[in-house]
Design a protein around this ligand. Structure first.
Ligand code: DC
Length: 229
């Protein structure tokens, strides 16, 4: 029986934090698909792609780079780790530079198709809570539960800014984080193939006015209302 849970939404909506928590609560694995786009973005940077160039100039390079890119997603102590050609890159993919690269590589259909295939294989083998941009609308159209998680862009930027500060990044400003977030919102929503959008049968959860605990409870209520859990 399909028991997959799809959680989509823009950057900084809290998808990964909440998805991780509910996966633990229901005994599912959690798949962060953004980490897969980030891993490919990092691989492209390391292979000399200049993401400040026009997207059209980079398209062919990105397509070629998919050929020798082998991605493994494994779980170590229940934590997702991503390996690129045998090297664990998990700790290298959270920088602002890789965030922009991930958003840019995600526009290229050949890149998406390669990663979507891996995502579907994982969902076939295990019950999974999968988060991303196109999970309910494209990757898992038959998911048992689909949630579109969002919050205003200012609140998402503030949450991301606080998180970066907490991690010791004292250089970044709120304005920079807000600008990056607006860029990624526009880029992720406007691409032609599998853009960020709410699936017709997804439940909208706007956490702008909610604490993390309230958001978690609201998400659990939605999951329970859609399944027998
Ligand atoms: O969720 P995240 O911020 O780690 O995702 C990084 C980028 O990857 C994001 O800007 C858009 C892209 N992405 C995507 O296009 N589709 C997904 N399913 C997940 C992420």
């Amino acid at each position: 029986m399909n028991r997959n849970i799809a959680i989509d939404g823009p950057s900084g909506a809290g998808k990964s934090t909440l998805a991780k928590k509910v996966a633990k609560q229901f005994g599912y694995i959690y798949l962060d698909t953004g980490a897969m786009y980030r891993a490919f973005g990092l691989y492209c940077i390391e292979n000399g792609v200049d993401f400040s160039a026009a997207d059209s100039e980079n398209q062919k390079k990105l397509e070629d780079l998919t050929e020798n890119f082998a991605l493994d997603v494994v779980y170590e102590n229940s934590n997702q780790q991503v390996y690129v050609n045998g090297r664990n890159v998990t700790s290298l993919i959270r920088t602002p530079e890789v965030s922009i690269a991930a958003s840019k590589v995600a526009v290229v259909p050949k890149v998406r198709l390669k990663l979507v295939e891996i995502q579907r294989q994982i969902a076939e083998k295990s019950d999974v809570v999968m988060d991303g941009r196109d999970i309910g609308s494209y990757v898992l159209p038959n998911a048992a539960v689909k949630v579109f998680l969002t919050a205003s862009v200012e609140i998402r930027a503030k949450r991301r800014f606080d998180e970066l500060r907490e991690k010791g990044n004292s250089e970044v400003t709120y304005e920079e984080v807000l600008k990056d977030m607006k860029f990624r919102d526009a880029n992720d929503s406007s691409r032609a193939f599998a853009p960020l959008k709410q699936a017709e049968d997804a439940v909208l959860l706007d956490t702008s006015e909610m604490t993390e605990d309230e958001s978690e409870q609201a998400l659990i209520n939605i999951i329970k209302s859609k399944t027998e859990m």
